[in-house]
Ligand binder design. Structure first.
Ligand code: HEM
Ligand code: HEM
Length: 175
């Protein structure tokens, strides 16, 4: 079924979730640029696509948020304290997926480079060597990356805990 119900997530929610999970997880390969002065095959392979995939995530998360709002009244409910924590984590993940692409663009612009998305020049090279206001925002890209990877790891651990320890249907309703 396309729509969500109180028992399980519908096909469109699951499509958004798993496609975006893959896209977000591969964005984390950018952390590999920290290894060996950026000379790492993971960074070399995925790095050139980082901004473009980030832009795809941005478009998808807006569509997903609209869909999520529409499904709100008929979604599985997360009860209790751990349910409230899970819901808060979901909201923070949405926030991160929304602001990170914007901060990434501001970082590149702030550093004085053109911003290219799949070869299309979204922002041309700024006239000055650096754009301080853009960089001031853009420098939050990395702290958000750490917040998001922490949330995602806790989120995956929570899903596995429900499936293998609690043996309930929390993971099944998203598969
Ligand atoms: C949801 C989308 C995105 C995610 C999850 C993401 C994730 C990350 C991560 C994990 C890092 C490594 C941070 C670190 O080592 O401290 C990073 C760095 C970076 N990202 Fe993104 N990113 C996203 C979107 C974008 C976009 C759209 C752009 C630009 C168009 C961009 C540009 C950059 C740049 C230039 C760096 C290197 C920053 C540095 O050297 O400190 N990112 N990103
Ligand atoms: C192997 C990786 C992952 C697993 C096993 C997983 C599992 C799950 C499960 C079981 C749910 C339903 C939880 C519930 O009903 O309370 C869920 C929901 C959710 N997950 Fe994941 N997830 C993964 C990766 C990700 C990633 C990378 C993100 C984004 C950064 C993400 C974002 C969300 C969000 C926002 C929800 C709330 C439901 C929605 O609005 O779509 N997940 N996930």
């Amino acid at each position: 079924m396309l729509h969500d119900s109180n028992e399980r997530y519908g096909s469109l929610t699951r499509f958004f979730h798993w496609v975006m999970a893959v896209l977000v997880l591969q964005q984390f390969f950018k952390f590999a640029d920290r290894i060996n002065d950026g000379e790492h095959w993971l960074g070399d392979t995925f790095g050139p696509w980082h901004g473009s995939i980030g832009a795809v995530i941005f478009v998808l998360v807006i569509l997903r948020l609209i869909w999520t709002m529409k499904q709100r009244a008929q979604r599985p409910v997360n009860a209790g304290l751990d349910g409230r924590i899970a819901t808060a984590a979901h909201r923070l993940m949405y926030l991160s997926m929304l602001v990170m692409p914007v901060l990434g663009v501001l970082y590149v612009h702030g550093k004085g480079y053109p911003v290219k998305i799949f070869g299309y020049e979204l922002l041309s090279k700024p006239a000055t060597e650096e754009v301080p206001w853009a960089l001031a925002f853009g420098e939050w890209h990395s702290p958000f990356a750490f917040l998001l990877i922490f949330l995602v790891l806790a989120h995956i651990a929570g899903a596995l805990y429900h499936h293998f320890i609690e043996k309930d249907d929390v993971l099944k309703r998203m598969i």
